[in-house]
Design a protein around this ligand. Structure first.
Ligand SMILES: Nc1ncnc2c1ncn2[C@@H]1O[C@H](COP(=O)(O)OP(=O)(O)O)[C@@H](O)[C@H]1O
Ligand SMILES: N[C@@H](CC(=O)OP(=O)(O)O)C(=O)O
Length: 800
């Protein structure tokens, strides 16, 4: 004989009902079956809600009418159940109270209706069946709402009851409900139908319990919360029991226990996908290791503090006894060895009652101030890692901290391998995803907010979208672009912006402040956040600190953040350190070339870098490499550089020398030199009359530059060429370095004179390398290389 249990969602619609009937038909051909049902769909929640409305003297009638219409079935008379409910709600509304006993009677009607409806439908489909009220044999104590089953009495009653049943009729039994010996209706606790099914499986010695839900089985975490949770094929009873105990709503906490006596296997199956083998829970040993994560989200933390209690024996006993007397059970418990404080969790719904019980018990101690406080933190969630021991707990813990989720406390069990972590409820989903990604090695989600979608930014977005799936396969990293913004508008999508982002931006982007993006990330529980600044804007930099404080790592191709005041530079570094965040900006100097990393490493290893000299600007490199040896006007070469995307949007940023100056400053600060931008000696290549005009006007009159540069070329000594160079001279011992940019003539056969295209060249002189500089040379400009460089920074952060 097999017991089949169908959950509420399996009975929620006509379509699922059809599947249920089909499954019952197929299974009844294979063996004898007993069916256990939950209430249809969300009936229990709805009945609870109507009772609450009635209790608060609000209009409950319309919700009740809606409910009746929903469960009404033309071939079956539910008048008796509806009338009973009507009377009960009326009573609740009159006395403005709904006792646990009344509530259980109300909720029980859900299961009674569903067993009647299903039996009727099966009979209509020529499958002989009968609805059975489990209150006739599931006998409990009178702890209404969470009643305790008298197993031996229930066992004999169940066996007698089923012995009397005619053969070949399929029993459709109400789950979730029972009765006291006096015949008062009780319930076994939410999600209790699978507990009823487990009890029946044990009492009737079933060969298997098949629990039909609306998911394919038990997953590594609740799939409603963790998108990439994976189905678990097999679990041992003990593991499943831990999972149930730690709040995985797919199993009632007591479901596993009745199955142990006869080692009755339990299979979790999907009504909507019955061919799937589901998850098998049995006595068979499985591999060691972490199996699953579960979450209890309706928890409160009570903190009990008392300096005067140090060393006094029996305080904990008083705490727990006073709560036990109120029938309040306790979850996670934590007490430091100093005994000055005790923290423990209770169900949120029982928190007030618990506080009152403690205040009563410790009334005198509160008066004498031996107990200094009994306080409550609401909205707590307990996240449990089933199978985790402390030897590898560092990884999930570090991942949480990196995502700015600081656990309130954590706790491990000595016997079983479990660690429970208390976090704030609003952080729970994010915490679950962070730990899941870390533990199960399934793709780690990296959530990207990209600001600036011009040449570099746009190219980067396209590069990410084009390679995201291969990166996921190769590196197990899922890059999710959830925000694309410019200075005014942002497009947001928590599930990832796709290839049509350009059209999407036109249709759906909205005006925004940075706080809107931060709020969006929080509300959608997005983890591993990176903000990427590909703007050329000085105002966007104002957002850096808020972003870091809100848990974002930073990447920028924009150099401004590193080149405004040294005090901002320092403040940003300190904020990053405090928040355990990183800021990468490899493309700030030398675009895609690995320059900053090299300099950082040399400097960190104690190598004294005394001078860095070279052509820092890919755009100026392109311009002078070509202009020096070609017979073309300067403006033609410049126009070509603009069109190829080698220059900043306003090429005066390059020609003014400011861009080279900024790069020098970035390198100087990398060497711990505390220079300010104003201290750089910069040769500005723009004639004064063109310095103040707006960008469009400047771009229209490029030929005004020609005569000045023609003269420079004429004046060259034969065998030399023009190069715009930057030079930094510094020393470990000094606070500041000497930074200079200038247009100079260099021999055509020197390293600098040999430069081609838009290549940059950096000569790094250090104390140990003496006169032989380390030379880094290569493509130093262009949207594609810069975007690749930023992409490299993203992958570097994602790997951490
Ligand atoms: N580890 C888990 N694996 C699968 N489902 C889980 C897990 N933890 C929690 N759940 C939740 O359990 C639900 C299925 O159980 P339940 O709602 O009782 O189903 P039914 O109403 O069909 O009996 C899923 O929708 C999911 O929200
Ligand atoms: N109907 C009850 C009992 C139950 O087990 O339901 P489900 O199987 O749909 O989780 C509840 O909602 O709590």
């Amino acid at each position: 004989m097999k017991v089949l249990k169908f959950g509420g969602k399996s009975l929620a619609s006509e379509h699922t009902f059809k599947n249920v009937i089909q499954i019952i038909e197929n299974k009844s051909k294979e063996s004898e079956i007993v069916v256990v049902v939950s209430a249809i769909g969300d009936t229990t929640d709805i009945l609870e809600n109507i009772a609450e409305l009635a209790k608060n003297n609000q209009d409950y009638q319309s919700t009740f009418n809606e409910f009746k219409e929903r469960v009404y079935h033309k071939d079956i008379n539910l008048e008796a159940e509806f009338q009973l409910l009507s009377k009960l709600f009326e009573g609740v509304s009159l006395i403005e109270d709904c006792t646990p006993k009344i509530k259980d009677l109300i909720l029980s009607q859900g299961e009674i209706i569903s067993s009647r409806v299903l039996a009727k439908q099966l009979n209509a489909a020529q499958l002989r069946s009968v609805s059975i009220d489990s209150r006739d044999f599931i006998i409990t104590d009178d702890s209404f709402g969470n009643a305790i089953v008298d197993e031996s009495l229930s066992k004999s009653k169940t066996q007698n009851y089923f012995n009397e049943l005619p053969l070949k009729i399929i029993p459709i039994v109400t789950g979730f409900i029972g009765a006291t010996q006096k015949g008062e209706t009780t319930t076994l606790g939410r999600n209790g139908s699978n507990y009823t099914a487990a009890l029946l499986s044990n009492f009737l010695k079933a060969e298997e319990l098949q629990n039909y839900t609306h998911v394919d089985g038990i997953f590594t975490a609740n799939p409603d919360w963790v998108k990439n949770a994976q189905k678990i094929e097999e679990l041992h009873f003990e593991e499943a029991n831990e999972l149930a105990n730690f709040g995985a709503s797919i199993l009632h906490a007591k479901t596993i226990i009745p199955l142990l006596e006869n080692s009755t296997p339990l299979r979790i199956l999907n009504t909507l996908n019955p061919k799937n083998a589901g998850t098998l829970i049995s006595a068979k040993a499985t591999d060691n290791g972490i199996k699953s994560l579960s979450l209890q989200s309706d928890v409160s933390l009570i903190q009990f503090e008392g300096r005067g209690l140090l060393g006094i024996v029996g305080v904990d006993a008083r705490v727990f006894t006073s709560l036990a007397n109120e029938g309040i059970s306790i979850g996670v418990i934590s007490q430091g060895s100093s005994e000055r404080g005790l923290g423990f969790t209770v169900k949120q719904s029982e928190a007030d009652k618990a506080i009152k019980a403690l205040q009563k018990e410790f009334e005198k101690d509160l008066y004498t101030k031996d107990v200094s406080g009994i306080s409550l933190i609401d909205d707590i969630a307990v996240l449990s890692i089933i199978g985790q021991d402390l030897s590898t707990f560092d990884k999930p813990y570090a991942a949480l901290v990196k995502n700015k989720i600081i656990p309130i406390l954590f706790n491990n069990t000595v016997t079983g391998k479990n660690v429970s972590i208390l976090v704030r409820k609003h952080e729970a989903k994010k915490a679950l995803n962070v730990i899941h990604g870390q533990i199960f090695g399934v793709a780690k989600n990296i959530n990207l907010a990209l600001f600036g979608h011009g040449l570099v930014g746009g190219t980067l977005i396209d590069q990410i979208l084009a390679t995201a799936s291969s990166i996921e396969k190769k590196k197990n990293i899922r890059l999710n672009i959830f925000a694309i913004g410019n200075s005014k508008k942002v497009l947001l999508n928590e599930n990832g912006i796709g290839k049509n982002w350009r059209e999407d931006i036109k249709a759906n982007s909205e005006n925004y402040q940075i706080q809107d993006v931060i709020r969006f990330a929080n509300e959608n529980h997005l983890e591993n956040l990176i903000a990427i600044d590909n703007t050329a804007s000085s105002s966007f930099v104002d957002n850096y600190i808020s972003l870091v404080q809100s848990g974002f790592d930073l990447i920028s191709s924009n150099k401004i953040g590193n080149t405004i005041s040294y005090s901002f530079y320092k403040e940003l570094r300190e904020t990053l350190k405090r928040n355990h965040k990183e800021y990468l900006y490899e493309t700030n100097v030398g675009a895609g070339l690995p320059l900053i990393d090299t300099i950082k490493l040399l400097h960190l290893s104690g190598e004294n870098i005394t001078k860095i000299k070279g052509v820092f600007s890919g755009s100026l490199s392109y311009i002078f490499n070509n202009f020096s040896i070609q017979d073309r006007p300067f403006s033609t070469v410049l126009q070509e550089a603009i069109e190829k995307g080698y220059t900043e949007p306003d090429p005066r940023e390059d020609l003014s020398g400011n861009d080279v100056g900024r790069k020098l400053l970035i390198l100087a600060r990398e060497l711990d030199l505390k220079n300010e931008f104003q201290e750089i000696k910069i040769q500005n290549l723009i004639p004064e009359e063109l310095q103040a005009i707006d960008t469009p006007a400047f771009l229209k009159g490029l030929d005004k530059l020609d005569s000045y540069f023609e003269k420079q070329k004429q004046d060259l000594v034969p065998g030399t060429v023009l190069r715009y160079v930057g030079e930094l001279n510094g020393d470990l011992q000094e606070e500041k370095g000497f930074l200079e940019t200038k247009l100079i003539a260099v021999p055509i056969n020197s390293a600098l004179g040999q430069l081609k295209g838009s290549d940059s060249l950096f000569e790094i002189y250090t104390e140990s390398y003496g006169d032989n500089p380390i030379i880094i040379q290569g493509a130093g400009a262009g949207a594609a290389v810069t975007a690749r460089g930023v992409f490299g920074d993203i992958l570097r952060l994602a790997d951490k």
